[in-house]
Design a protein around this ligand. Structure first.
Ligand code: 5RP
Length: 235
């Protein structure tokens, strides 16, 4: 599920600041969503001006946009490594005193499985956000991508450890949202999440779960765009 908040100007500032980290020759992970789209457009302009990079898209959406703006593309299995990944988030822990500062909930666009693959493979993972995404503690429902046949058994397992799963329904299609991988998504409410790392481990162990949207200990920096500038959080 997407957050409603966040101005386009704030998202643009964050995205464009992140794109400035990209250097000539880089392999770049291209995240998904409206904030990352600003970074992809900025990189497209840089490519037009002579920057040589290769992008690895994390979704149909980011692939389409990268093609549109002229970023040469590659795949994870065709490169030696990913220098930097830029990606958005639905919620970011913003508390330097918390052990989980910089932990994320992702998957509002149902792209978190490929996003985690690429973001985790990167030498440096740069998050782009606006202030509406910041929170003292993760508390949004956690998107869980599930093999379709497994959705009832996965939902039972999630209820057993205190979650409330809801099948994500499509808006302009009957039935559920179907991910780029052909799976479906359970948005799982846990209330305020005290131990994101522990919950991440528990979700990963459920047979039928392809990937969940808790990204713990992965982000290196978050650029938070606002109406008048960009703040940087380093982890
Ligand atoms: C997609 C994601 C997105 O990065 C997340 O939903 C943020 O998107 P936006 O920048 O549009 O708010 O995780 O699965």
């Amino acid at each position: 599920m997407k957050t409603a908040g966040g101005s386009e100007a704030a998202k643009r500032r964050a995205g464009e600041r992140a794109a400035e980290e990209v250097e000539d020759g880089f392999v770049v992970g291209l995240g998904t969503g409206s904030t990352t789209a600003h970074a992809i457009r900025a990189l497209g302009r840089d490519v037009e001006a002579g920057l040589e990079i290769r992008g690895i898209p994390t979704s149909f959406q980011s692939r389409q946009l990268a093609l549109e703006v002229g970023i040469p593309l590659t795949t994870l299995d065709a490169v030696d490594g990913v220098d930097l990944a830029i990606d958005g988030a639905d919620q970011v822990v913003d508390d330097p005193d918390a052990g989980d500062d910089g932990a994320l909930i992702k998957g509002g666009g149902a792209a978190h499985a490929r996003e985690k693959l690429v973001d985790a493979a990167a030498d440096r993972f740069v998050v782009v956000a606006d202030p509406s995404k910041l929170a003292g503690r993760l508390e949004r429902p956690v998107p869980v991508e599930v093999v379709p046949d497994a959705h009832t058994v996965v939902a039972d397992r999630i209820r057993a450890f205190g979650g409330e799963p809801t099948l994500r329904e499509a808006v302009e299609k009957d039935g559920p949202v179907v991910t780029d991988n052909g799976n479906i998504v359970l948005d799982c409410a846990f209330g305020a999440i005290e131990d994101p790392d522990g919950l991440a481990g528990s979700l990963s162990q459920i047979p039928g779960v392809l990937e969940h949207g808790l990204f713990v200990g992965l982000a290196d920096v978050t650029y938070v765009g606002s109406e008048d500038g960009v703040e940087r959080r380093v982890y």
